[in-house]
Design a binder for this molecule. Structure first.
Ligand code: KG4
Ligand code: ZN
Length: 350
């Protein structure tokens, strides 16, 4: 397998100001990160309203909307940062994993701008960017740490010893946690994306009404599986009285099953590695119930949990610009190819 990143540039000059571009799925994001001054500006356009009526992301509509929004967003972000394009000295765009057409929009813009401005340009890995998003916060985690990545497309636990040094400890053998939230929300007739909708409804649920299985908790190991839980929720919903309270009760029980599973596996990974720091990132890391359970677990085990700020849990370009800054300063840059890679394992990047 060809590696995701390669080294092509002599490191004769540090890169300080990096433009980040994110278009892997249904958010168009632009951000500017400066090595000395930190995050200078970030903008995001969410396509939620566009896809809502279809109950999920329609890839072709996503690509078209990225095309419409990306240039105005670039101008807005430069204005926010009070910079011109000429002051940017590196470009990072999300090269994957993600939707092929959506990725191409950001990749084409990033690569073309890099060529026009004659500055180093790098396609970066979306999940690696999620993983390092807490580095943008005031008290960033120090290596080594355990990372629990919970997004719409991935659920995994990794040991992180440094930039690019990732050992996968466990991952989902079927649906990702966010995907399970989205599918359950669809079943219950809730709006897309399902995570926030389920979380909101769950608050009205009676915790004693239903109990769903905690997938793979009875087995050793750190893999996840959420398809059995999905079947269980489906069967319950089929036979239940479909009133508003029942839906809230199901949402509550479903969220509790996912949250407990993530918490127990996270705790197991910490014990197995002997590490004391846990980073939780990706869209599901925004879930309040998950944060509460993890806080209790952290207190009990004297460990520290790190998150990105709420709006950097879900897709954004700040994490792309930050990761680009780190890697461009290692001398990593791409040739003139517009790079998009729809799938690529996190532990084989370099
Ligand atoms: O990281 P992300 O924005 O995109 C991917 O890389 O997949 O994650 C999106 C996922 C969606 O499945 C969404 O339902 C879920 O994150 N999500 C949540 C919450 N906010 C977003 N899941 C549970 N609770 C939330 N508050
Ligand atoms: Zn993501």
């Amino acid at each position: 397998m060809q590696s995701f990143y390669s080294k092509r540039r002599n490191l004769n000059q540090a890169i300080s100001c990096v433009l980040g571009i994110e278009t892997s799925c249904d958010e168009t994001g632009i951000a500017i990160y400066d090595g000395e001054r930190g995050l200078l500006a970030h903008s995001l356009h969410s396509q939620i309203a566009l896809h809502n009526q279809y109950g999920g992301v329609v890839p072709e509509l996503a690509s078209r909307d990225h095309i419409l929004k990306i240039l105005p967003l670039l101008q807005e972000t430069l204005k926010q940062a009070q910079l011109t394009l000429r002051e940017v000295d590196g470009i990072a765009y999300c090269a994957g994993p993600g939707l092929a057409g959506a990725l191409l929009v950001g990749a084409a813009l990033g690569r073309s701008l890099g060529w026009t401005l004659k500055i180093p340009t790098l396609g970066v890995h979306h999940m690696e960017a999620h993983l390092l998003a807490p580095m943008l916060e005031e008290n960033p985690p120090e290596f080594p740490f355990v990372a629990l990545l919970v997004s719409g497309g991935h659920t995994l636990l990794a040991r992180v010893d440094g930039l690019g040094r990732y050992e996968i400890l466990g991952e989902s053998v079927d649906d990702a946690a966010g995907e399970a939230f989205d599918k359950t929300a669809k079943l219950l007739g809730l709006a897309y994306p399902g995570g926030p909708a389920i979380a909101e409804l769950a608050e009205k649920g009676n915790p004693k009404q239903f109990h769903f299985p905690r997938p793979m908790l009875d087995k050793p190991g750190l893999n996840f599986s959420f398809s059995g839980l999905k079947t269980s929720v489906n069967n319950t919903f089929k036979t239940a009285d479909r009133n508003a309270q029942t839906k809230a009760d199901i949402a509550h029980a479903f969220q509790a099953a996912i949250v407990e599973t993530l918490m127990v596996k996270g705790q197991r990974a910490l014990m197995q590695t002997g590490l004391k720091h846990l980073v939780v990132a990706g869209g599901v890391a925004a879930n309040k119930s998950l944060r509460k359970e993890l806080a209790a677990m952290a207190k009990k085990n004297a460990v520290t949990v790190y998150y990105p700020r709420q709006n950097f849990c879900t897709d954004n370009a700040a994490m792309i610009a930050y990761l680009g800054h780190q890697r461009l300063n290692l001398g990593q840059t791409d040739d003139l190819t517009i790079k998009t890679i729809t799938r690529y394992p996190l532990d084989k990047l370099d």
